[in-house]
Design a protein around this ligand. Structure first.
Ligand SMILES: Cc1cc2nc3c(=O)[nH]c(=O)nc-3n(C[C@H](O)[C@H](O)[C@H](O)COP(=O)(O)OP(=O)(O)OC[C@H]3O[C@@H](n4cnc5c(N)ncnc54)[C@H](O)[C@@H]3O)c2cc1C
Length: 333
């Protein structure tokens, strides 16, 4: 055991939520990625601060994650800690007779499950998220959305733990207007833009000791009353649409952001790249903006396909695609 693993075992071994040398492939929907020195599902801000202090004491990096549905973890894994932000309580407070309500949800709540539970109780507003397999925290980070809607449409505020000064953690309720939400963008994603080499290989942003320094603990959203049957019908419609248009194999959803006025998938498909395979990964034959793991893929296989699509679209259309998926873990050679 490394000294950090020993310290974490001592602090969190009893919780049943700690794993040492844990393959990150188990914690991301691409199903690739080497071992995290320490992996921990932190249930509350106290545990988050505690593990951050342990990492800080040993000068090791700590990475915060949700369901791992928008990340490509490195084959080398991750030194230090990968911490799933796991507060999972949620509640709805009705605002009197207005037919509206405020949802308060922990960052670790899985969006599709929440949407189903809200539909059952007749609360509308997040139906678009029925097929977005991330957490509430992850959804705020990228202002996730689809079908012309996004979490920013109903988000009121996010509860944020700042570890800018690891010795002095602070918690604040930030109103949505301060979160800098845009298309797949928020203040939580700043400084992680991915550059590309001359041969179109993505370069991960250097690992920070605490990444991100602002951790979303939870969020509040506005909900409206509706007939449960009507909400469920919308949810079923969105799910059916996904089934028809998206591949069933492991993926991280859309690999590239859509460029202004166009679709990354359309551009990639037009170049005949659907189904193109490298190693055990392929550009999906069903949706060209998805890269899928055919079983046994490596992160390196996926990177090679990203480079191929990026180069091909640049050469043919002079469009520079931006990565939607984030590269996380130890990418430095
Ligand atoms: C099949 C499939 C379909 C998808 N469809 C869509 C879609 O239609 N629309 C869409 O927008 N996305 C889609 N996605 C992508 C993904 O589900 C969303 O981006 C989701 O919001 C990510 O949430 P997560 O919990 O998995 O975050 P993760 O992937 O775990 O993390 C994403 C980033 O956020 C950071 N992060 C996570 N949690 C926190 C937190 N609590 N505090 C601070 N930082 C945090 C991480 O460090 C990481 O950099 C799809 C993915 C899949 C696999």
């Amino acid at each position: 055991m490394t000294p950090f693993q020993t310290a974490c075992q001592h602090a969190f071994g009893q919780t049943g939520r700690l794993r040492l040398a844990e393959p990150l492939a188990r914690h991301g929907t691409f199903a690739v990625g080497g071992p995290a020195e320490v992996w921990f599902a932190a249930a509350n801000e106290g545990e988050i601060s505690q593990i951050a202090a342990l990492a800080h004491a040993q000068d090791l990096p700590i990475l915060f994650a949700g369901n791992g549905t928008n990340v490509l973890y490195a084959d080398a894994g991750a030194r230090g800690a990968v911490v799933r932000v796991s507060p999972e309580a949620w509640s709805v407070a009705e605002d009197g007779a207005t037919g509206e309500a405020t949802l308060t949800a922990g960052a670790g709540v899985s969006l599709p499950k929440l949407v189903n539970d809200l539909a059952e109780r007749g609360w509308a507003g997040l139906e678009w998220g029925a097929g977005v397999p991330g957490t509430i925290g992850g959804a705020v980070v990228s202002n996730a959305g689809c079908h012309g809607m996004c979490i920013g449409d109903t988000l009121l505020a996010a509860r944020v733990l700042s570890l800018r000064d690891p010795a002095q953690a602070t918690v604040a309720e930030l109103p949505a207007r301060e979160l800098e939400l845009g298309y797949r963008r928020s203040r939580f994603r700043q400084h992680r833009e991915i550059a590309f080499t001359a041969d179109h290989r993505p370069i991960a942003a250097p690992r920070l000791l605490v990444d991100p320094v602002e951790i979303i603990l939870g969020a509040t959203c506005r909900l409206t009353r509706d007939d449960p049957a009507a909400i469920k019908a919308r949810v079923a419609h969105f799910k059916q649409h996904r089934k028809e248009t998206q591949p069933p194999q492991p993926s991280a959803g859309s690999v590239f952001k859509n460029p202004p006025g166009d679709y990354a998938g359309r551009l990639i498909e037009s170049l005949g790249l659907k189904g193109h395979q490298i190693g055990r990964a392929a550009i999906s034959a069903k949706h060209a903006n998805f890269i899928v793991n055919l079983g046994g893929a490596t992160a390196a296989d996926i990177i090679s396909l990203i480079a191929l699509a990026h180069a091909s679209v640049q050469d043919r259309y002079a469009v520079t695609l931006e990565l939607e998926v984030e590269l996380r873990g130890d990418w430095e050679a």
